[in-house]
Ligand binder design. Structure first.
Ligand code: SF4
Length: 279
């Protein structure tokens, strides 16, 4: 069974942090679209389109290190509006570091899952981000579970990390026992300090197999950003390697394949699409 998840970057760019993999950091002046808030109507329309494209999860993403009162109010407002028109969605929020109280507030407004990535190992994170701590990320993942939300956590492969970093990162993820693991592959952009993706396609497939083995009780192994660039014509092999969830449509600041192309691929592989996701 394959789960499809769509994302909406509801507040884009202008982030003061210095995560070396992220085009939304204002420090790198990447050529991306920036805006403070999408309108509620626009996000609701995107959710309806995602449902037509067979998505069962819909994620509300904001740039920036963490949750603020204004952000919380905005996300709760959008979540309530989306829930009204698409009550069956697994609604996911991804708004940076957050306290247990803030996460409980999201839950009251219909959010079922929270996405917060560890990104990489604790050790390598120091080399790619100097403005906040990996431990803050880990704590938010713990807070998510404490608040009674389903946890979606993962990170990015191919940022120049060593194999030891990858193993430590996956071990940290396993210690959180997330419901969904979100695997991204670094998508290079000339504005960023990390210049290229250091993985081959075979190594990337091996990483999916490794994550699947180390997090065997995890319900969903999701391949998110960088899928098209990483795998190209071999994208179907991600399912054989253990993935059962993909992001369809566009990503945060980059375009994805047309959803119809992914739907055809899944059908051609004889795989069935899930009708519902409980987180
Ligand atoms: S990953 Fe998040 S915190 Fe880091 S620069 Fe990007 S938007 Fe900011």
């Amino acid at each position: 069974m394959i789960y499809l998840c769509a994302i909406s970057n509801v507040s884009s760019g202008s982030c003061s942090e210095d995560c070396s993999f992220c085009t939304q950091s204002a420090r790198f002046s990447a050529d991306i679209e920036t805006y403070r808030h999408k309108s509620v109507d626009e996000v609701v329309k995107e959710a309806q389109v995602a449902r037509v494209n067979r998505a069962v999860g819909f994620c509300l993403v904001t740039a920036g290190k963490g949750m603020t009162d204004a952000k919380l109010e905005y996300i709760c407002k959008i979540a309530s509006a989306v829930k009204k028109v698409e009550p069956d969605f697994n609604l996911i929020a991804c708004n940076g570091t957050a306290s247990i109280e803030q996460l409980k507030e999201l839950k009251k407004h219909g959010i079922k899952s929270y996405n917060h990535n560890l990104e990489t190992s604790e050790n390598y994170y120091r080399q790619i981000c100097t403005t906040h701590l990996w431990q803050d990320r880990y704590q938010t993942c713990l807070n998510t579970k404490e608040a009674g939300l389903k946890l979606c956590s993962g990170g990015i492969f191919g940022m120049g990390e060593s194999q030891k970093d990858r193993e430590e990162f996956v071990s940290s993820l396993a210690s959180l026992a997330p419901n969904t693991v979100a695997i991204n592959f670094f998508h290079p952009n000339s504005a960023l300090p990390i210049l290229s993706n250091s993985l081959s396609v075979d190594e990337a497939l091996d990483m999916i197999r490794y994550v699947k083995k180390e997090l065997s009780s995890c319900k969903k192994i999701m391949i998110a950003g960088g899928r098209e660039q990483m795998f190209g014509s071999r994208v179907g092999e991600i399912f054989e390697a253990g993935a059962n969830t993909i992001v369809i449509g566009d990503y945060l600041t980059t375009s994805g394949d047309e959803p119809g192309k992914d739907l055809k691929l899944i059908e051609s592989l004889g795989l069935k699409l899930a009708e519902k996701c409980d987180g």
